[in-house]
Ligand binder design. Structure first.
Ligand code: NAP
Ligand code: ZN
Ligand code: ZN
Length: 350
């Protein structure tokens, strides 16, 4: 009998809970590294896709794109990794490599579409990709990140998505001392947004609909906390911010938070709810406000972010769970009950 080489947890449909699933990873090719996965973070995008909320799901689906592990095998032409190295994989594992975006190191915007770490097809157009809720992964070294051994690895895993998704737009916009930044939603992305905005010198206000998160927000580095479910609080914050980093996963009205931006202020949309929000013209034109979207970050910037975190001792606040608790973790995330990232200990799969 031939045994599959990889154990995982997968969704077989949009309504099925995640359950054990075995499949085969390819043998590493000349440019590939094979990684024994140690930790994988749980992103709200995993829930959106497992439940087909974005309408593009492929099953069976093995989620997970916040992967940290150790290299156990390298292809003949691999130059930058050796057996025993720590390695990270984020949200994509390939791209066309030739379009202007790929050449500029912004592979996430590849004109032909990046190859997602899961819920996607390899460049051959037929082989499904499977993510990090699994014991091992094989990826081209060009799409593999170096991970420092200075930081706790469970806290590093979420940097591969929650970290880069918040780091990238704040850097792109040059957020620094003197800026007032509101971070909307204190979950996986939000807590990293607070840490980075504070590290870059901005005055940070946590905008949360959960009163119970106030003390934590301050510990994470927020200078102020505002309860967004209180209309008086929202009124008092009108025209206050240069930037609002919107990480909310559930459908909500952008206009409510656009009003908090000062002249020339920008709302950075990273949260990806399944239904659109109407944007009234007046909320934009009255103060020349903008809305900008941002998608994770390229390989080069992800490495820069990981190095920055190693240097500044920045990691995600995590609750480590065995994979057997994944369905429960999803339910808790949907209730906003995560402090502030679930991370799967992949030893529980082995
Ligand atoms: P998460 O950990 O579940 O956090 C989402 C937070 O949103 C919650 O903790 C909650 O914060 C707030 N929230 C939830 N329901 C709400 C509601 N009904 N009204 C107001 N606020 C609500 O999720 P995540 O992993 O950080 O992901 C957040 C979103 O970003 C998801 O949609 C995800 O798909 C998306 N995402 C985008 C990218 C990208 O590249 N653009 C990358 C990764 C993830 P409070 O309790 O503080 O209000
Ligand atoms: Zn993610
Ligand atoms: Zn490309």
């Amino acid at each position: 009998m031939i045994m599959s080489n990889t154990k995982s947890y997968a969704a077989q449909s949009a309504v099925a809970p995640l359950a054990p699933f075995a499949f085969d990873r390819r043998e590493p090719g000349p440019h590939d590294v094979q990684i024994d996965i140690l930790y994988c973070g749980v992103c709200h995008s995993d829930i959106h896709q497992v439940r087909n909320e974005w309408g593009n799901s492929i099953y069976p689906m093995v989620p997970g794109h916040e992967i940290v592990g150790r290299v156990v095998k390298t292809g003949a032409h691999v130059k930058n990794f050796k057996v025993g190295d720590l390695a990270g994989i984020g949200c994509f594992v390939d791209s066309c490599r030739t379009c202007p975006n790929c050449l500029a190191g912004e592979e996430q915007f590849c004109d032909e579409g990046m190859t997602g770490t899961y819920n996607a097809l390899e460049r051959d157009g037929k082989t499904p990709t499977y993510g990090g809720y699994s014991t091992q992964i094989v990826v081209d070294e060009q799409y593999t990140l170096h991970v420092s051994d200075k930081l706790p690895l469970s806290g590093v895993a979420p940097l591969l998505c929650a970290g880069i998704t918040t780091y990238s737009p704040l850097r792109h916009l040059g957020v620094t001392k003197g800026h007032k930044v509101g971070v909307l939603g204190l979950g996986g992305l939000g807590h990293m947004g607070v840490k980075f905005a504070a590290a870059f010198g901005a005055e940070v206000t946590m905008l949360s609909h959960s009163r119970s998160k106030e003390a934590d927000a301050k510990k994470l580095g927020a200078h102020h906390f505002a309860l967004t479910s209180d209309p008086e609080v929202l009124k008092s914050l009108r025209n206050k911010f240069d930037f609002v980093l919107n990480t909310v996963s559930a459908p909500h009205e952008y206009s409510t938070y656009l009003d908090l931006l000062n002249t020339n202020g920008t709302m950075i949309v990273v949260g990806a709810p399944e239904t659109p929000s109407a944007v009234p013209a007046f909320n934009l034109i009255m103060k020349r406000r903008s809305i900008m979207g941002s998608l994770i970050g390229g390989i080069k910037e992800t490495q820069e972010m990981l190095d920055y975190c190693a240097e500044h001792n920045i990691v995600s606040e995590v609750e480590v769970i065995p994979v057997q608790k994944i369905n429960e973790a999803y339910e808790r995330m949907l209730k906003g009950d995560v402090r502030y990232r679930f991370v799967i200990d992949i030893a529980s799969l082995k």
